[in-house]
Ligand binder design. Structure first.
Ligand SMILES: C[S@@+](CC[C@H](N)C(=O)[O-])C[C@H]1O[C@@H](n2cnc3c(N)ncnc32)[C@H](O)[C@@H]1O
Length: 214
């Protein structure tokens, strides 16, 4: 399904508290400097329009949320959503998540990693571009705290099964843990925009969670 054009952002909206460019981050990760506190930190990879971050940061004010979105246009759009709701505990980073997981997040620094509807890269020769690579999954295990969880949802059954096998062979994460589907109570009561459009098209969503136990 192609993506619809994004609505124009209000140029008067101040994004300085909610948007950081990945190229301009300080070399060492410092949660206190980003959020003014240290709270359990949840990271979303590929935030798209930012529905998950906007809802989760409101529902769980005692956690901090970082979204990482490689498309600057979408990252700024999602940051604008956070700025409008004046979120004190959520920030969008415009940039590639993979090097940040490789080098920037310290070991045992994240209470959750969320990956919802990652780009499937259907063609065999493009599959190496998938976010959920063996290296990334090892870094997820490294950066999660004990008891921390990886949340992975997709509408692509093959990507789901391939990733489950990769997690089983490349990590010690416990799972897959069952994630039941819940009925939506209103038009934004979905985890993400891609979940919304998949469910409205009556197509299946594959969901799994994994826990770092050791
Ligand atoms: C199919 S969209 C899903 C967006 C959102 N998670 C949702 O479910 O509505 C995948 C998103 O991941 C972003 N993305 C792809 N590779 C990325 C990477 N290496 N780092 C950060 N974002 C990435 C894309 O730009 C795109 O916005």
């Amino acid at each position: 399904m192609p993506r619809r054009a994004l609505r124009k952002l209000d140029p008067a909206l101040d994004l300085s508290r909610h948007y950081r460019d990945g190229e301009a981050l300080p070399p060492a990760f410092d949660q206190q400097a980003l959020f003014g506190r240290t709270a359990p930190l949840e990271v979303e990879v590929g935030s798209g329009k930012g529905l998950f971050l906007a809802a989760a940061s409101q529902h769980t004010p005692d956690h901090d949320f970082l979204g990482i979105e490689v498309s600057r246009k979408y990252a700024r759009y999602a940051a604008a959503r956070l700025a409008r709701q004046n979120a004190a505990n959520a920030i969008l980073i415009g940039g590639d998540a993979l090097p940040l997981f490789q080098d920037w997040f310290p070991a045992e620094s994240l209470s959750a990693v969320h990956v919802y509807f990652p780009d499937p890269w259907w063609k065999k020769r493009h599959m190496k571009r998938r976010v959920l690579s063996e290296q990334f999954l090892r870094n997820v295990q490294r950066t999660l705290v004990r008891g921390g969880r990886l949340h992975f949802w997709t509408d692509v059954e093959e990507y789901f099964q391939t990733t489950l096998s990769l997690i089983a062979t490349a990590t010690d994460l416990r799972g897959p843990l069952l994630v039941p589907e819940k009925a939506a109570e209103h038009h934004l009561d979905y985890r993400t925009h891609f979940e919304r459009r998949t469910r409205l098209a009556e197509l299946p969503v594959y969901r799994a969670e994994f826990e770092r136990t050791e």
